[in-house]
Design a protein around this ligand. Sequence first.
Ligand code: NAG
Ligand code: NAG
Ligand code: NAG
Ligand code: NAG
Length: 395
Amino acid sequence: MKTTLSLATLVSLLPAALAANFTLIDTWQGSNFFDGWDFVNNFDNTTNGDVNYISPLVNASANQLAFVNSAGQAIIKVDNVTNVPYPDKRDSIRISTSTYYEAGTVWIFDATHLPYGCSVWPSFWTKGQDWPRQGEIDIVEGINLQEANQMALHTFAGCTAATGTTQTGITGDTNCNSTTGSGCTVGESNTNSFGANFASSGGGVWATQFDASGIFIWFWSRSNVPASITTATDSIDLSSWGTPSAAYPASSCTIGDFFGPQQLVIDITLCGDWAGVPSIYQPTCGGDGSANGCYVNSVINAGSPHYDNAYFEINYVKAFGVNSSVAIRPAGTSPATSGSAGASTPTSTAKGSGTTTSAGSGTTTGGAVALTLENAGIFSVLGAGVLALASGLFL
Ligand SMILES: *[C@@H]1O[C@H](CO)[C@@H](O)[C@H](O)[C@H]1NC(C)=O
Ligand SMILES: *[C@@H]1O[C@H](CO)[C@@H](O)[C@H](O)[C@H]1NC(C)=O
Ligand SMILES: *[C@@H]1O[C@H](CO)[C@@H](O)[C@H](O)[C@H]1NC(C)=O
Ligand SMILES: *[C@@H]1O[C@H](CO)[C@@H](O)[C@H](O)[C@H]1NC(C)=O
């Protein structure tokens, strides 16, 4: 009896990662990649970037910025064809999943190229419906000629990054409060995690565990991606992943208090509240150091060759869960599944699932919105309000 008790105690202390495997719930890959993502159709009014986010459902030219190539990879990019006159903005893409995920989820993001270059600010991240109350997890993010990825959490006041955690990355600011600072950041120590080095090393894979025990992010450059990921089919085993790049244990941030169900977001903005800050932009990218130095030096005039590297090339995004109930889907939508390897565009593949949200609709949600399957049918309306509320995102 004594032995059984102590074993039970031991098991209860094991991280969730060791206790169970996770079941595959969504796969965005191949010709179906854009199914289940909503496109924003508005200028960037959340981070003050110099872009117009466009949607293939509204503007056919978005098909040149979001499509599946002949190798079956999703391309999401900045317009590098148009000669943009002053004071216009340049076209880009921002998409987010209509599905939200509860704690108990693991997301995998596999890419061979990330957007980079002066003024370029891409991110693969997650956020709750009521921002910042329901939190934000920045998994892949960087600006300009940054050499390594930077991870971060953004929350309401009260969540901090524990110090002395077991992680390979470098802790920056430890206060996750987005209203007073720039979030709790962890710099990736592997310099193949962003920019030209990421692409030349064949890209890599991020895994993010969103769990009641904490938020953990792993990164592997292509040659080190574990077999448990490359061979994962209907389930995934985290037990051999080792030390994460970033660890935010619940000991200093009660996950359930600061993170609601999260949706995935992929976007590329230009300049704005981080990449375009004169003291950040000018030292690496030049220009006159004025408030719009980034815009004048990078965004306007010819798009090529300046923006030829401003694109995501994504093999797949997958969501695994402790069970399929962690996925909260709008009524009438079904799990994302892998498509064929052939080329496609969102207009032909997103029928019935892709919608367009306008950040400029002026809708506001007015406080917390309970996320249940019952109210899922009004997601796209609420989504517009969420974007409007998300002023200062990434700050
Ligand atoms: C998890 O998956 C691995 C690999 O398929 C398997 O060996 C292991 O037994 C599984 N663990 C559990 C708890 O199901
Ligand atoms: C835009 O960039 C792509 C690579 O992303 C390149 O293949 C293409 O030639 C560029 N377009 C122009 C007009 O140069
Ligand atoms: C799914 O997992 C969650 C978290 O462990 C649990 O609360 C819930 O009861 C499970 N649902 C089902 C249907 O098993
Ligand atoms: C976004 O832009 C629209 C249109 O100008 C405006 O109505 C809305 O209030 C803006 N939202 C924010 C957060 O600035």
